[in-house]
Ligand binder design. Sequence first.
Ligand SMILES: [Zn+2]
Ligand SMILES: [Zn+2]
Length: 227
Amino acid sequence: MKRIKQVCSRVYQVGGNGLSNPEDCCVYMVDGGSASAVIDAGAGASAGRILENIANAGFELDAIKYIIVTHGHIDHIGGLPVWARQLKGQIVAHELDLPAVAQGIPRLTAAGWYGVDYQGVNVDIVLREPMQPLQVGDLSLNFVHTPGHTPGSIAVYLDVEGQRFLFGQDIHGPFNPEWGSDLKQWRGSMQKLLELKADILCEGHFGIYTPAARVESYIKSYLERMG
Ligand SMILES: [Zn+2]
Ligand SMILES: [Zn+2]
């Protein structure tokens, strides 16, 4: 059974429902040739399975230079402790979600929802700017701080093969004051994402949306729903 989904020649979905475990968020890999990056780590139980998916598809695990964390919820970070031990890559997360990602505060990670015991990991690269670039092999990734779902939520975009890919995990919410969710900030974040005019949205739980008009209507539908 094929356990990796090609989005384009440089972008793959390597984990998530149907590929690893239904509890996992959609996990993506960006292949920059000499180096690659994975985006989010799933809930934890299938952390090894996701690495198998990548290796079985012919990719070198040692080429994974960055492990990018879009926000500190357990379905996105549960696999980090295993990956921190098994991969050479550096963990990248936003400063404002470090209490979840690095300290593992259960109220913030929602680990209890999944019955996962998460202790936190060392974050190697801490994002602090509203926008920040990162070179992955021959690809330029860009981080956008998109607070709302959590204070340190980020989206990632890159331009490849004439198309703009946007990785937007949990941009639909939900919102919970316990996590520090902020609807006003979220509306501003969604406007930022709309301005990017992405052609392809790699979403965190529902998969892949394209073309650009569908990406736009996806984001706008949530903006309208939340008033
Ligand atoms: Zn979330
Ligand atoms: Zn999620």
